[in-house]
Design a protein. Structure first.
Length: 380
């Protein structure tokens, strides 16, 4: 049966800017756009991405009132019949119930195989709308339109989608490469400063593992608010790093593990202090400094790296020691160690740790858990 919502492919009225990076997916390339004003081109990108004319934009209750109208206007101007579904803001929305509500919304909007889902928001709408798109009719196209710094540099890129379960985060999901990532750094004007700082932790992570030049740029700029031009440059650099790592290792067999720099300790800290009690970026900031100190102790990381990194993170308003976090001072090394062993990144009887070999260079080292346990008090 012919698809009622299918139209002839439409050329965009104006040429699109060159993508900053491209992720090669099994079902086609995913161009990543990072340009100030890009949200107004969402419809043009969508028109290139799918043949259908229907789109469901999924956003959250904070982002919706701020940025949904221009997204819908752009889609409609490009000929889409665009509907919107708003989920409550926050991690608590990454549930099966939300997923079911999105399937319902997709049904009501009449979204067919050739139509489109747009995830407009931070990592929460990105993950849950991405998973809804991955599963609706066994997979429809999704465009990620990130609005948090974390989503720009991390969650919108790479195709991982997930929901949480009562017994753990991100346990159910799918790999579903977006058809495009439409990043407009101007939306960051409305992002609360603390959320911005969370994203900067991932920015620093990207620079540490892969881009010495970006690390230098961040050092030169830290301490004052980033200009919009600089924010665009930093985001584009981070998007290119993540895209490059994903292209070399789409399903997380090896290289993609370096994206976990700071996360082995970071996840353990989140688990111990309670998800939500400590924001992810703050836990990762503490975890990155700990990993740098561990690397120095093992002779894998140049001396002074950890102090340098701590200085940079502190100037970005991020914590650098466990004791800087609420409840951190009372957190016992043994408890953290157990949390670390429970993490899914542990392979066999070794803990795989991402260590820095130098600015912009990371390696994955399988470490003896006993050595990690012994070092914990000194590195935290
Ligand atoms: N799929 C992946 O590869 C991947 C990678 C990293 C993280 N994640 C997931 O991402 C989530 C965290 O992402 P997040 O920090 O973006 O969370 P989030 O989506 O909850 O956004 C954080 C807060 O900022 C608000 N917000 C977002 N953009 C805004 C804007 N422009 N103006 C005003 N407010 C805005 C949101 O409403 C929310 O309150 C977690 O669930 C995590 O598991 C996924
Ligand atoms: Zn992270």
């Amino acid at each position: 049966m012919p698809n009622a919502s299918e139209g002839a492919p439409r050329a965009p009225a104006r040429e699109l800017p060159a993508p900053r990076a491209v992720v090669a997916g099994a079902r086609g390339d995913c161009p990543i756009y990072v340009e100030r004003g890009m949200l107004a081109r969402l419809g043009d990108v969508a028109a290139q991405a799918v043949r259908g004319r229907r789109a469901l934009v999924v956003t959250d209750s904070r982002v919706g009132p701020l940025h949904l109208a221009p997204a819908l206007a752009s889609l409609r101007a490009a000929g889409f019949e665009a509907a919107a579904e708003t989920i409550p803001a926050g991690e608590a929305s990454k549930t099966l119930a939300t997923l079911a509500s999105l399937w319902d919304a997709l049904h009501r909007a009449g979204v067919t195989r050739s139509d489109l889902v747009v995830a407009l928001g931070g990592g929460v709408p990105g993950d849950v709308a991405g998973f809804a798109a991955a599963t609706w009719l066994r997979g429809v196209a999704v465009i990620q339109a990130p609005t948090s710094l974390l989503a720009f540099v991390d969650s919108s890129i790479g195709g991982k989608t997930a929901i949480d379960m009562p017994f753990g985060k991100n346990l159910v999901g799918a790999f579903h490469q977006p058809a495009a990532v439409v990043g407009d750094p101007l939306v960051l004007r409305t992002l609360p400063p603390r959320e911005f700082a969370q994203g900067m932790a991932e920015v620093v992570k990207s620079a540490c593992i892969r881009d010495a030049e970006l690390l230098g740029f961040l050092r030169a700029k830290a301490g004052a608010p980033l200009s919009e031009e600089d924010a665009e440059r930093v985001i584009a650099a981070c998007a290119a790093i993540k895209a490059d790592v994903v292209n070399r290792d789409e399903r997380e067999g090896g290289l993609r593990m370096i994206l976990n720099f700071g996360h082995t300790v970071g996840h353990a800290v989140e688990r111990e202090l309670g998800y939500g009690a400590v924001p992810h970026g703050e836990a990762v900031a503490v975890g990155m400094v700990a990993a740098a100190r561990l690397g120095e102790r093992l002779g894998a990381t140049p001396a002074g790296t950890a102090d340098d990194l701590a200085g940079l993170l502190a100037r970005l308003s991020l914590p650098v020691r466990l004791a800087d976090l609420p409840g951190g001072a009372a957190c016992a090394p043994d408890a953290l160690f157990s949390a670390m062993l429970a993490d899914k990144k542990k392979l066999g009887d070794r803990i795989h740790f991402v260590l820095l070999e130098g600015p912009g260079r990371a390696i994955v080292r399988p470490l003896d858990p006993a050595d990690v346990r012994a070092a914990l008090p000194a590195i935290l």
